[in-house]
Design a protein around this ligand. Structure first.
Ligand SMILES: [Zn+2]
Length: 559
């Protein structure tokens, strides 16, 4: 007997656009019966092969001809790597966004800054109310993480139920008093779960992640010891950690100032919505913070990941508008190092230390930060509660995803039940099977300043070459009618040789230009040919003379 293959519409599809084999840039697509649901829409961080790039956003080209099928974007929590790409993505996909009250507030701040708030459709999620989006019926469960009001999603379809558990841990004493809703998870497990998409970032760590509760005590201990100002750095949206900095500071009569505008705006929004508290008396605007005695001041700011534009990085380089580091300052990195950012973070730590600060970070002091992610035993607890048929690790590097698969197998699942995917890889699910489908394109969309996606391989290659070898510019005025040189040839070096000390080289380059032009006088109309010959000849000379390969740019000006 032959079984009929399910048609495309009868399959439930899952496609990660970012956030699989990858810690940040989270964006996940679910497709069923022609409808599309998106979970999260975050930014990613550039690596060392992307000089000058501010951040990355997911590639949504797969969705561009399917916009009317997209029923909405659900945001799981208020971290930039889960919602930060909304201002850019909503321009391409103008669909409703669903988020819990605080997360919606943070999204509003982000959209407002980017002039997108009026154009966006935002809806508030109640974690206790189901939500129907097209063919998807959604339920939500609260999860403890490092920012309040975080949720996971139960996605119900006629094929089966899926659980999307983005960043979570099982903290029973979180800062906001809202632990992960274990009872809901157990209920979903009883009803049957076809596939679990689970955070796996901390799969390398045995046991349980420490409760958030311990941080406040560590902050207090350091404040008691500190001779002067305290600077606490974390993510701008890490409301819980900021609240702990505020609470501990209050006990030592320390006032709070924000070194980062975004962080201040996020925190004040959280306060307005009732998720945070900072009294007017304790708050001091950054402009007036100088007047506060060192022992009575706590500064909070971004830069925990070594981000180039963040407050702490600017302070480390001595170019923050209001703050300078001095002897007696204590700087606390209340954050984990996101894989890939280690070098930038190290650089900041060293710079700040050289400036006289006492820098505390998790490698030397493990209780000034606790992760917002589940350790091994908690990952097992999730699996044990929801008992999924299939599993997909998300939000982890390739090695973390693989270790998570080993953990699932250790608990008795077959290896084939765990799908270690790459971004763009479709997973097709039927009532009793899961299999790999097509792979779609997911390029790195790079954002630099106001430009989105206009930087590709060639620009990066040029930037890399310029940063390593510098450039040589040959400006040649040419008479349009005679084809002869009609003025002074200028040879300019930037990052290649110091002009004053390399006059002989520059003069020789001038001579080479004159010779090439004289030799090819008859072909002066063919500018691209002349440029090419100039490039070759200069390149050869410089390589022979110095063994270097700067970028050579001949500029022919017709006068
Ligand atoms: Zn998170």
């Amino acid at each position: 007997m032959k079984f009929k293959q399910p048609t495309d519409k009868q399959l439930l599809k899952y496609i990660p656009l970012g956030g699989v084999g990858d810690v940040t840039r989270n964006m996940h697509i679910y497709e069923y019966g022609g409808d599309i649901l998106i979970v999260d829409c975050g930014i990613g961080f550039p690596d060392e092969t992307m000089p000058g790039v501010d951040y990355l956003v997911p590639d949504v080209s797969y969705l561009e001809d399917k916009i009317e099928r997209v029923k909405g974007i659900v945001i799981t929590h208020g971290h930039e790597d889960h919602f930060g790409a909304l201002p850019i993505i909503l321009q391409k996909l103008p669909v409703p966004v669903y988020a819990t009250k605080l997360v919606r507030g943070l999204i509003e701040v982000k959209l407002e800054v980017n002039d997108m708030l009026k154009k966006a459709t935002l809806r508030t999620l109640d974690p206790d109310q189901p939500l129907r989006l097209g063919n998807f019926e959604l339920e939500f469960f609260r999860v403890a993480h490092s920012v309040p009001d975080s949720v996971g999603v139960l996605i119900k379809t006629p094929i089966g139920n899926l659980i999307h558990a983005a960043d979570y841990k099982f903290d029973f004493t979180p800062v906001d008093g809202q632990p992960t809703e274990v009872q809901k998870l157990a209920r979903y497990g009883e009803a049957g779960v076809l596939c679990l998409m689970s955070d796996c970032l901390r799969v390398e760590k045995p046991g349980y992640t420490l409760s958030e509760k311990f941080i406040e005590e560590s902050f207090e201990r350091e404040m008691r010891k500190a001779p002067g100002r305290i600077f606490i750095t974390t993510f701008s949206s890490n409301i819980s950690r900021l609240q702990q900095a505020v609470n501990a500071s209050a006990k030592f009569s320390r006032r709070i100032t924000f070194a980062s505008k975004t962080m201040e705006t996020y925190f004040l929004m959280a306060e307005k919505l009732g998720y945070a508290h900072l009294s007017q008396k304790q708050f001091v605007p950054i402009k007036k913070a100088q007047a506060v005695p060192d022992k009575n001041l706590t500064i909070v700011g971004s830069g925990s990941q070594g981000e180039p534009e963040a407050a702490l990085t600017r302070i480390a380089h001595g170019d923050h508008k209001y703050l300078e580091v001095k002897e007696g300052d204590t700087i606390i990195f209340a954050s984990d190092q996101i894989p890939g950012n280690e070098e930038a973070i190290r650089r900041n730590i060293d710079l700040l230390t050289s400036l006289g600060a006492n820098v505390l970070y998790t490698d030397i002091m493990n209780d000034i930060h606790v992760s917002g992610h589940a350790s091994r035993e908690e990952l097992k607890l999730m699996l044990g509660l929801v008992k999924p048929r299939f599993v997909v690790p998300i939000s982890g590097t390739p090695i973390m995803s693989k270790l998570y698969r080993d953990l699932v197998v250790e608990m008795g699942w077959k290896k084939e039940a765990v799908f270690v995917l790459q971004n763009g890889q479709t997973l097709e699910l039927g009532k009793d099977f899961a299999r790999l489908g097509k792979k779609i394109s997911t390029r790195h969309i790079m954002v630099d300043g106001l430009g989105v996606g206009d930087i590709g391989r060639i620009v990066l290659r040029d930037r890399k070459l310029l940063s390593e070898q510098g450039m040589l510019l040959a400006v040649v005025p040419v008479d349009a009618t005679t084809g002869k040189i009609s003025g002074k040839i200028e040879i300019v070096s930037r990052g290649f040789v110091f002009e004053k000390h390399a006059q002989d080289i520059l003069e020789k380059c001038q001579k080479i230009v004159e010779k090439v032009i004289a030799k090819h006088e008859g072909r002066m109309k063919d500018l691209s040919f002349i440029r090419e010959v100039l490039e070759e000849e200069l390149e050869q000379y410089i390589y022979d003379k110095l063994g270097r390969t700067p970028m050579i740019i001949p500029v022919l000006i017709e006068v």
